[in-house]
Design a protein around this ligand. Structure first.
Ligand code: SF4
Length: 94
């Protein structure tokens, strides 16, 4: 039993922060992309082993599809630049 000295009540336990694999990958990708969620979304390092999981879920998930639909709509200029650089934009399509 812990000794809490003069305290009459036991302090509440701290909630454990659970780091899932997908959350860990998303955090890693954020660090890689300079803390920019947009850069993670538009990451075109297709050969990176984390690419399919970069947004915190697999590319087959509905969340990814929604995120990419929003990105394709909101960041069309950046995507056009990427396409001009020769990046295969079809990779982003879910
Ligand atoms: S998929 Fe790879 S290159 Fe792209 S942000 Fe994540 S770690 Fe970096």
């Amino acid at each position: 039993m812990d000794n809490y000295g003069h305290l009459s009540i036991r302090p509440r336990r701290q909630r454990k922060y659970r780091l899932s694999k997908s959350r860990a990958i998303a955090q890693f990708c954020l660090g890689c992309a300079g803390d920019s969620a947009k850069e993670v979304t538009l990451c075109h390092s297709f050969d990176c082993p984390l690419w399919e999981w970069r947004t915190g879920g697999h590319v087959s998930n509905a969340g990814y599809k929604r995120r990419m639909a929003t990105a394709l709509k909101n960041h069309s200029d950046e995507l056009a630049e990427l396409a001009a650089m020769g990046v295969e934009i079809a990779h982003f399509q879910p």
